[in-house]
Ligand binder design. Structure first.
Ligand SMILES: NC(=O)c1ccc[n+]([C@@H]2O[C@H](COP(=O)([O-])OP(=O)(O)OC[C@H]3O[C@@H](n4cnc5c(N)ncnc54)[C@H](O)[C@@H]3O)[C@@H](O)[C@H]2O)c1
Ligand SMILES: [Zn+2]
Ligand SMILES: [Zn+2]
Length: 381
């Protein structure tokens, strides 16, 4: 959090926090809430935490009504993200009702229904002024990472005016919660950076929720062919229902050969990497056509080998991006018009109270045929 913002109230002392965590059930008060807490690699718990309070004047407190789990939360649980420390409440996606706002918040008031963006933006720093909210000097991807997140009954949202989006009270929460992260991610990092155009041949490597979000939003531009490449036939089947024209299961190691055969040796105009491992980046750099674009979306933990000896004369463009969420207002309109139906990505629903079961299902996505798992909060205590 920014040092430049005014601290109105001090955080509860460490000892108070610990005391609250150990309160017996009958001693719970309005000052506590339930939350999904990370306790180091492989360890998560649904436990009592202090309810967040306004800390900086730009904050809002939101009561979560719908949340979901992201592939990135599983990366965190594997211990892949050292920025996430023991005791952190996870989650960077959600919809809720504003409970309270700080004195510096002018666009929202108690009772407003809001979409929480996975990226927090001050709206004023040099990166925000360049529409690069992901690199905001006072925010960026901090929710469920360096500050407590949305898999809880309540969450504190810094820079609320520029990090929350107003939605109608009767909005379809299951559809709109896909706008917290995966839809802007697929659209900005895959489709816009890949410059998908009418008539293009597009290949999307990875048919997880993010790859499928690329698939849905690529169709705004009417590409002629969309290859979907994955190891999981069930996910490929979903991709077919969502508009993929050709499915390729890459388990046999022949994905590159198949794409080259199907494009008469030319390759694809746009290759989108939506997995985050060297093998899938290799597929993308091997299938990109002369003049084409490789748009990387996946979060990579290991280096990849860039084959410049093959690519130097191919006039290609390679892009990387952390989602900025600058397209959220545009995507909100398209979803509300019914032209984009992200609800189709929802496969499972749990009460927020059963989030531990939700994680079990999502961590076992292939066997459970899981894509997005919705968590619905019950009436507040
Ligand atoms: N750039 C960003 O801002 C941003 C934002 C959100 C998520 N991400 C990243 O996007 C990636 C995709 O996210 P997701 O939630 O859809 O993940 P996911 O794990 O649900 O999906 C990945 C898919 O890749 C497939 N796959 C795995 N190895 C493969 C291989 N060798 N060949 C072909 N397919 C393979 C899996 O079967 C799965 O369907 C992740 O790396 C995630 O961290 C990036
Ligand atoms: Zn995410
Ligand atoms: Zn900023």
């Amino acid at each position: 959090m920014s040092e430049a913002t005014t601290t109105l109230f001090a955080e509860p002392a460490e000892t108070e926090v610990q005391k609250v965590n150990h309160l017996p059930k009958e001693a719970l008060t309005a000052s506590t809430m339930k939350a999904l807490v990370y306790h180091g690699p492989g360890k998560r718990a649904w436990e009592e935490k202090p309810r967040p309070a306004i800390k900086d004047s730009s904050d809002a407190i939101v009561r979560i009504t719908t949340s979901t789990i992201c592939g990135t939360d599983l990366h965190i649980l594997k211990g892949d993200l050292p920025t996430v420390t023991d005791g952190r409440i996870l989650g960077h996606e959600g919809i809720g009702i504003v409970e309270e706002v700080g004195p510096g918040v002018s666009s929202f008031k108690k009772g407003d229904k809001v979409l929480v963006s996975c990226v927090t933006a001050c709206g004023k720093c040099d990166f925000c002024r360049k529409s690069m909210y992901s690199h905001c000097r006072h925010g960026g991807w901090i929710l469920g990472n360096t500050i407590d997140g949305t898999q809880a009954e309540y969450v504190r949202i810094p820079w609320a005016d520029t990090s929350l989006y107003a939605i109608p009270p009767d909005a379809d929460e299951e559809a709109l919660v896909m706008l917290s992260d995966i839809l802007p991610t697929g659209f900005e990092c895959g489709v816009l950076n890949g410059q998908v155009k009418p008539g293009d041949t597009v290949a999307i490597v990875g048919a997880g929720p993010v790859g499928l979000a690329v698939l849905l939003t690529a169709q705004f531009y009417s590409p002629a062919t969309i290859f979907m490449i994955d190891l999981d036939d069930k996910r490929l089947k979903v991709a077919k229902e969502l508009g993929a024209t050709t499915l390729i299961n890459s388990a046999d190691g022949n994905a590159v050969k198949r794409v080259m055969e199907l494009t008469d040796g030319a390759g694809v105009d746009v290759a989108v990497e939506a997995v985050g491992v060297p093998a899938t980046f290799d597929i993308c750099q091997a299938i990109v056509a002369a003049g084409g674009r490789v748009a990387n979306v996946g979060v990579h933990g290991k280096p990849v080998e860039l084959h410049l000896e093959k690519l130097w004369d191919r006039n290609i463009t390679l892009t990387t991006r952390l989602v900025d969420t600058v397209t959220t207002p545009l995507l909100l309109k398209v979803v509300q018009s019914g032209k984009l139906q992200p609800r189709k990505l929802v496969t499972h629903r749990f009460a927020l109270n059963d989030i531990m079961k939700g994680y079990d299902t999502f961590s076992n996505a292939a066997a459970e045929s899981a894509l997005k798992v919705i968590l619905k909060s019950e009436t507040p205590r």
